[in-house]
Design a protein around this ligand. Structure first.
Ligand SMILES: [Zn+2]
Length: 140
């Protein structure tokens, strides 16, 4: 029996993670977050019409899913605070300059490993890569 109500249902993380992996196995590289959201939602809706996932939630799940790498192209921001990939607080990267003074030269996210030179921390474009692709056997 099918449940009948108008609300969008929230798919569990594991379900999204599974569908995400299926999509990434086929595509290997997806160079747009909106494209990935579209592909995952299309597949989710095949399983159950009411399921859908938001872009931000999908990216968070992608960060935690093994064999999927999320990289971000960034642009300059004024006050780097949050990681553009996982929204965790950023830590300053410091080094000594020629006069021996410690200066901030970039930022790092201790949760997902995002690194920025200078204040280039505003997301411009997300790229998703399936990391098992290179291990596929070729038929030579
Ligand atoms: Zn992060």
């Amino acid at each position: 029996m099918k449940m009948q109500h108008g609300d969008r249902k929230i798919a569990k993380d594991e379900v999204i993670s599974f569908v995400l992996k299926e999509v990434m196995k086929e595509k290997v590289v997806v160079e747009s977050q909106s494209e990935l959201v579209f592909l995952v939602n299309r597949r989710l809706s095949k399983a159950d019409n009411a399921y859908s996932v938001s872009a931000q939630r999908l990216r968070m799940i992608a960060v935690k899913t093994p064999y999927i790498r999320v990289t971000v192209e960034t642009r300059e921001g004024k006050q780097p605070e949050k990681c553009p990939v996982c929204l965790h607080a950023l830590k300053k990267r410091k080094m000594k300059n020629l006069r021996g003074k410690r200066i901030v030269y970039g930022y790092i996210c201790l949760r997902c490993g995002f690194k920025a030179e200078g204040t280039s921390t505003l997301p411009r474009k997300y790229v998703f890569t399936y990391l098992h692709a290179e291990k596929r056997k070729s038929h030579k």
